[in-house]
Design a protein around this ligand. Structure first.
Ligand SMILES: [Zn+2]
Length: 112
């Protein structure tokens, strides 16, 4: 699936977005400051870096608003971070784990 990363021209943070059709790209907003001026970044290095940055800055104990939970990618990130905190090995089954998290099944499998 086409997941693109955007650098916010206002705050410099990287926001990733799933773009299914070109028009959706115009609606991408910075996750940090809601800025609309974003520049697409293509580097894999940037992508990996931002992923780990997001994980590092992500606090699973912090309350999130409703719009947060409407974003599937955030649910996956929550699961990744939570599993990290639990010391769970994030191996090849990670994608499967994330899918479970997105469908809600992970709560049946895990005693969080
Ligand atoms: Zn921003």
């Amino acid at each position: 699936m086409p997941i693109y990363e955007y650098e916010c021209l206002a705050c410099g943070r990287i926001t990733s977005a799933l773009i299914m059709k070109p028009a959706e790209e115009k609606e991408v907003r910075c996750k940090q400051c809601q800025g609309a001026r974003l520049k697409r970044v293509l580097s894999r290095v940037v992508l990996h870096k931002s992923e780990s940055q997001r994980l590092a800055e992500f606090d699973t104990r912090a309350p999130q608003d409703d719009s947060y939970y409407k974003d599937d990618r955030n649910i996956g990130m929550w699961a990744k971070k939570r599993l990290n905190e639990l010391g769970t090995d994030l191996g090849p089954s990670l994608d499967e784990t994330i899918e479970k998290a997105r469908s809600g099944k992970i709560l049946d499998d895990m005693d969080l």
